[in-house]
Design a protein around this ligand. Structure first.
Ligand code: NAD
Ligand code: ZN
Ligand code: ZN
Length: 386
């Protein structure tokens, strides 16, 4: 089968790889019809993780079930399913608590927790930017879609990661109706965090970035854009809130945060939020930060290369702020968010800028990685339907 394979920094090629197949009685095999490129893929694409060459990328996957293992009882051949990027067993101590983002069974390394498709440090699983995907524990992991699945794939595929992840940022930040919320990052995740805050009834939502095309999407959904080229988000927010600051904030950028000229500093957005959020407010940090960054010494400094990010902890402590971090537990939210899509209350596909064939993955990676104007979210269709 064809797949988008990581071949080293800034090199992805579409080539033949061994066919995905059922390997365990609880597996299902999915013919991928829609799969996204994510900002998380870009950390790997740029060589800023331990992701091994030769592996297939892709953790935001939707498709049609073509085969089920002998122990699968719920999911049926022919159904459309969307797969959480987290691969979870459903029966370990973490999964029992709903923490499918830190499953102990699917992560083979005893010192680690959590697994995902085509992802650094998240187990050996191949990604779904391919014609077929093996899904472990299919009954637990697959979210089944209704009759409109085939026509509305670009909405439903956002349930694999960024819609639940954006929502999770607002949950960790404790966004309540009427709240004033600052979101750092107008990439797909930041836009979904702002969208979720608005769905929850936030009173005012600001989104900070330096890409006008992305900020325009934020504005179109009813958020207030802040271009960091022109303004300091913390000053804008404090000025608008009698100096008090936002009620809460979402970090949707990660360790490759940079100034508008491109100079990286992993502490920029965290310190921005500590400054901008009021006393006792909460921060939800879904942007990725890692214990080891292979490119960190060259782009930032030796400390950052080992995940040591200098944040204003004194101010954070003094303000009594709380912070939530980590991968999102997609399963906690995907069913409810699916039903908001079904009912027409949510339409997350508004961020999609490109629908392309799998064969176009190499150039799609290059454009999305450059954050070229208008390349907000790339959706690939390995079934040739684009
Ligand atoms: N926790 C999770 O489960 C989870 C899931 C998906 C993605 N992520 C992570 O979320 C982050 C965002 O993902 P994405 O797909 O939106 O990626 P993206 O790279 O497309 O978007 C990031 C945006 O942040 C902006 N940015 C950079 N520096 C900034 C700064 N100093 N201030 C404001 N904005 C700044 C960029 O211009 C860009 O638009 C990534 O780190 C990704 O790995 C986490
Ligand atoms: Zn993703
Ligand atoms: Zn588990």
């Amino acid at each position: 089968m064809k797949a988008a394979v990581y071949e080293g920094p800034r090199t992805v090629s579409v080539k033949d790889v061994p066919d995905a197949r059922i390997e365990h009685p609880c597996d299902i095999l999915v013919r991928i019809t829609t799969t996204n490129i994510c900002g998380s893929d870009l950390h790997m694409y740029e060589g800023r993780t331990s992701f091994e060459t030769g592996r297939t990328l892709g953790h935001e996957n939707l498709g049609q079930v073509v085969e089920v293992g002998s122990a699968v009882s719920k999911v049926k051949v022919g159904e459309y399913v969307v797969l959480p990027f987290n691969i979870a067993c459903g029966f370990c101590k973490q999964c029992e608590k709903g923490l499918t983002n830190y499953c102990l069974t699917m992560q083979p390394e005893p010192a680690l927790a959590g697994a995902a498709y085509g992802f650094a440090e998240m187990g050996p699983y191949e990604g779904g930017q391919a014609e077929f995907l093996r899904v472990p524990y299919g009954d637990f992991n697959a979210l089944r879609l209704g009759e409109d699945a085939a026509e509305r794939q670009v909405d439903y595929v956002m349930l694999a990661d960024i819609f639940p992840t954006g929502y999770h940022a607002t949950e960790m930040a404790d966004v309540q109706p009427g709240d004033q919320t600052l979101v750092y990052g107008a990439g797909p995740v930041g836009l979904m965090a702002a969208y979720s805050a608005i769905l929850k009834g936030a009173g005012r939502v600001w989104v900070a970035d330096h890409h006008p095309d992305r900020l325009r999407l934020a504005e179109e959904m009813g958020a207030i854009p802040i271009n960091i080229r022109e303004e300091d988000p913390a000053e804008v927010v404090k000025e608008a809130t009698l100096g008090l600051g936002a009620d809460n904030g979402c970090e949707c950028v990660g360790y490759q945060a940079h100034d508008p000229r491109g100079k990286e500093d992993a502490s920029l957005t965290l310190n921005g939020l500590i400054d901008a959020v009021r006393f006792t407010g909460s921060l939800g940090v879904v942007g990725v930060f890692l214990p080891e960054d292979p490119g960190g010494a060259a782009t930032q400094n030796e400390m950052e290369a080992h995940g040591k990010v200098p944040i204003d902890f004194g101010t954070m402590w003094f303000k009594g702020q709380k912070v939530g971090t980590g991968q999102a537990p997609v399963k906690r939210y995907n069913r409810a968010l699916r039903d908001l899509i079904v009912s027409g209350r949510a339409e997350p596909s508004f961020i999609v800028s490109h629908e392309l064939d799998l064969s176009e993955a190499p150039s799609a990676y290059a454009h999305f990685d450059n954050r070229d104007d208008g390349w907000t979210k790339v959706v690939l269709h390995p079934d040739g339907s684009s």
